[in-house]
Every structure is written in structure tokens, then in C-alpha cells.
Ligand binder design. Sequence first.
Ligand SMILES: [Zn+2]
Length: 302
Amino acid sequence: MLLPHNPNAFTRSPLDRAGHHRRDMAWLDAALEAETTLLIPFHKQRPLVVEESGVVAPGWLGAHARAGIAPPGACTLFLGLDDKGAAHFAIDVDDAAKLEGLGRFDDLRALGPRLSRDDLAMLGPAKAVFEWHGRHGFCANCGAPTLIVEAGWKRECPICSAEHFPRVDPVCIMVPTFGDKCLLGRQRAWPRGMHSALAGFIEPGEAIEEAVARETLEEAGLKVRHVRMHSTQPWPFPHSLMIGVLCEVENDNETIDTFELESGRWFTREEAKLLIAAKHPDAFAPPPFAIAHQLLKSWAEE
Ligand SMILES: [Zn+2]
């Protein structure tokens, strides 16, 4: 089966996760010695990057660098194998000074639009998993310190044996449409003129379409009558899965919840095209890197 084309950043990784190797300590030890293996250091959830002539790329190091930059117990996450079989790992580094001169640690979200699709798809999972490790050092069941196992993809409690897996938080993100126009929202903290899709966390016990209807009613006072799935995007800030939806609403009598949003505004399809092209006179949309842009683009071009 062919996967549907996914337009979103952080998807379509060039790596095969090869999850069957995660429990094979002998294989992992050998991979961490291999000449072809590549290692991307992270410090405080920021990847090492190098910049040359204005082009930013991950600061991949050879596996031999590992001993010099982190202690043996440092969290080392197996990311997968490339099409030549080379293993890729991410390593959590405590002491940034040990990498001085090799590049800089920088914020992945800020870097996002400057990194290639492949780079984002390889760095995103590491950012999300390291963020999770940083906040989940203790067992949620009994409170004991937990151990990192399975090449960084799980934590285990040595006292009560509970297993803990990296979190993924599902978020619905939607563009409500009515006839030939769509509603975008604005948050107070955003730069002047920026408008984007509505969004909210899916709650326990909710289907995606139910969450879309609830959030659209809560944030904009609009009743949803039809939900159309568009695409999804792993969003490692900190570890969400954005579920992109276009939803038709019953009317255009919006009532914006000003606790969550500053305002809402209807844009015609022609205006949406201008937003996508960054040519609208007094508003702009998120960059192509964000699923909100792809949702709006898809609707504008229908
Ligand atoms: Zn426990």
C-alpha cells in the first residue's frame, strides 16, 4: 500500500526506524562503533547545527566522537537506518563546552524553515523524545527513578516494573469554512497581522471529529456540520501530533472566545491565496513549515 502524500514538515523521514534493533544490545553496541554511523548531539533539546554560506544543516558527528562528548550513560536514541544501512543516533549532551568549535546548539522551531525536509524528519523525533525524557525521570506509578531502555524509546521502573513510553499528544487543528470563505483566528501574543487555524487538544474519550466540533464551538461559537481530514503532522514542541482538518460550519455568525483568541476573521478564497503567497495587504499566515499553512493552501486551491 502506498502512503498518501504528506505535505507537512517533520514527515517522510529518510530513515527506517528499524525498531527490531532497539532491544538488541549487541547490535546497538556494534552500531555505536561502526565507521558509517552518524550521531547528532542535542543539548537542552537543541540540536547541534553547522552553518556555511547561510545554509544550516545538522552537525552530524562520527560515532567515534561519542566518548569525548558525553559520559557512557548519556541518553542515546537510535533514530534508524538510512538507505545505505548507516545507523543514525541522537545523543543528549550535558556539557555543551565539550563540542566547542563543532557548531552551535540552536532552537529547532526557530531553525525549522531553514532546515531541509529530511533533516527536520530526522531531528523531530529526537527533540520530542529528549523532551519527554527530561520530564519523566521518575515512575508515575511508584515514584522511583526510572531507567532508559530500548535504545532510548522507553523507560522502565526497576522497583515496580512499570513501563513508560514517550508521549504523543493529539491536537486537532482546523480551518472552519462557510461557502467561499474561511475563518482564521488570532492570538494576542502573535505578531501583528498573523492569522492561523483554530486548534485544541483532543480530550480522553473524544473522537477526532468530536474534538473538532467542540473546539470550533468553544473558540468561535460555530456549529460544525461536516469534518474532512486533511493530513497530520508530528510537531515536536513538545511532542504533539497535529491532526489537520477542514470543517464546514452552519453559518458565519461567529462569537470569538476572547479568553483563547484575540479575534477571528473571515477570508475569502482569493484572500486565502494571497495569505499563502504572503501578498495579503494586512494579514499573513504561518509559514509552509506549519500544517496550518498547508491546510489553508489546500482549501484555497480547491
Ligand atoms: Zn515504579
